[in-house]
Design a protein around this ligand. Structure first.
Ligand code: ZN
Length: 303
């Protein structure tokens, strides 16, 4: 009996520590990230115009994201649209599900918004969108213990409308939780400040709102920092989670973390949030950290 308990405790100690060590296979997949693809994604995102929620451009952006997934080999069956409205404006979130092999009913969510205001939003949030797309491309045929949902939210800029709708109407039905979420990893405004040396990323920790999920967020955020150090050249700093889609999940008690640029560009929400003003190398490095962390959170195959 005692031995069993000791073994169990040892396992609990070893399991999380083991995965937080460097895993060559994770690095091999991180090496598959393509700076050219990220560049192409950011440029295509810019070309789609000002993606104000409810606009034609907003819907075109969603269709473009959908096409990217199809080109990676994801199927229509894996995609779900979540329509919502803000007054008379109509828009949709896009959710892509990849089933896990060990815990298929537990979900790791990686998410970012694709809507913009006043400008094309290449930093806010074409950067996060491009990174999520690259991660999805590379993990397409990689077995993961947990299921992954790649989610592209709309309505963020008007006040987290898309994510709130998804959480309240899809994840929860009144008080009933329909989806077992392991954790939420949000990417918002990770384009860097042009002309600056962008070598650091903020890892967003839940320090507010409901307090019962704070400790779990602290743990996830420290794991995110560790993965950043293991798989990217970036330095990591802690920042309070706020003003992005993870807050909709936080309010329901879910475990959240996320990335946000450390040197904050003042161009988001202006016409100058363009490709020319985005630091592609920084987005590429954010991609490395994100893919390393996503593999860790979702328990990607180590072989
Ligand atoms: Zn944003």
């Amino acid at each position: 009996m005692k031995k069993t308990i000791t073994t169990a405790l040892l396992m609990l100690w070893i399991l999380p520590c083991k995965a937080q060590n460097f895993i060559q296979k994770y690095q091999d997949r991180v090496n598959q990230l393509s700076k050219d693809n990220i560049t192409a994604n950011l440029k295509a995102f810019e070309k789609l115009g000002v993606k104000t929620t409810g606009s034609v451009e907003n819907d075109s952006a969603l269709q473009w994201i959908r096409k990217q997934y199809l080109s990676y080999g994801y199927t229509e069956n894996q995609m779900m649209e979540d329509p919502f409205s803000i007054g008379r404006l109509k828009s949709k979130n896009l959710i892509i599900t990849k089933k896990g092999t060990v815990h298929p009913d537990q979900y790791v969510i990686i998410c970012g918004h694709f809507d913009s205001i006043n400008g094309p939003g290449v930093n806010d949030n074409g950067s996060g969108t491009s990174v999520i797309l690259e991660a999805a491309r590379i993990l397409k045929d990689v077995p993961t213990d947990y299921s992954i949902k790649f989610i592209h939210f709309s309505g963020e800029e008007q006040g987290l409308y898309g994510s709130r709708h998804y959480v309240n109407e899809v994840v929860y039905n009144k008080k009933q939780r329909n989806l077992d979420i392991k954790m939420v990893f949000n990417l918002d405004q990770v384009g860097g400040k042009k002309g600056m040396f962008n070598d650091t990323v903020f890892c967003d920790e839940d320090q507010d709102g409901s307090s019962k999920n704070n400790a779990a967020s602290t743990k996830a955020t420290h794991e995110l920092m560790k993965c950043t150090a293991l798989y990217s050249p970036l330095k990591a700093e802690i920042d309070p989670a706020e003003h992005s889609d993870y807050i909709s999940f936080e309010k329901k008690g879910e475990v959240i973390t996320g990335f946000f640029e450390y040197l904050r560009s003042e161009l988001p929400h202006t016409k100058d949030d363009t490709f020319a003003n985005t630091d592609v190398m920084y987005v590429y490095n954010i991609g490395k950290a994100s893919l390393g962390a996503l593999q860790y959170f979702a328990g990607a195959s180590e072989k």
